[in-house]
Design a protein around this ligand. Sequence first.
Ligand SMILES: [Zn+2]
Ligand SMILES: [Zn+2]
Ligand SMILES: [Zn+2]
Length: 297
Amino acid sequence: MSPRPVNATDTDIIAMLRDGHSNTRINRELHVDKARVSRIRTQLGLPQHARAGQTRSLEQKWADNTRPTDDGHLEWTGEHAKASGTPIMRHKQGFYSPAALAFEIKHGREPQGYVKAHCGRAHCIAPDHVSDAAGRRQTRLEERARRGMTEIAATCRYGHDLSEHAKFEPDGTLYCGQCNTLNKQVRRDPSLPRRTRPRPATPGESFRLHTEPVDGGHLRWTGYVAHGVPTVCHAGSAYSAYRISFRLHHGREPVGRAMPTCGKDGCLAGDHLADRPMREANRRADKAYAAIFGGAS
Ligand SMILES: [Zn+2]
Ligand SMILES: [Zn+2]
Ligand SMILES: [Zn+2]
């Protein structure tokens, strides 16, 4: 490579920074002041260059302190935090999480949030057995989809926006992360005011507060039942929860009774409900089918 002019432009420096080169290398190649490179790096918000050698020695130290177990996990033989027993690693005045390093070794990127073992063995640091917050969420969403629990309400029962605060248990059950945080604060400081539920503004909101998705894409009623009918009480009036769900899903009032056709008693999933014209249309279709192919379906 031919030597660059002494007065290399910022653009030259930025190009090399974006390619991931160290300040020293840019200084050597472009013959520019290291302080200038460092200043531009800071202005661009680029991380300080981690020397490959440093990364290697970090990984080596990690590997030196691990021991495979007979049943396929990986134990940390180094230091553990006193109270929690969590593995920790000291390296050149810094503290590192061996679990996070295991994650980086496997994925080649920094983890998001806490890294934890998902294999069931506490403090396992096998790179294949650890996941970060993003990975856990993805796995739980897949579990949820597998169980047909696809519906997510717009808000939790305390009115928090679930497009932002929805969290999931390992079995896919949804909970509100904001409520969880607030509950923890109340437990730490019981003098905090207890949260009050906002009053639902419409029968539809009231309906959503009293339903929960269950396996198979069905929707279970958790509210008041009058004469065997799930009933929404709103602003002094009572409504059939079936009718409200039907209206929310189909955008029109049901004709006759709205009833589940999915075979699950009391299911309130909007797309599992049919009204009289829909039932009649289904019967006609069944008859036509029987006439064409013979026999009852
Ligand atoms: Zn494991
Ligand atoms: Zn909430
Ligand atoms: Zn159903």
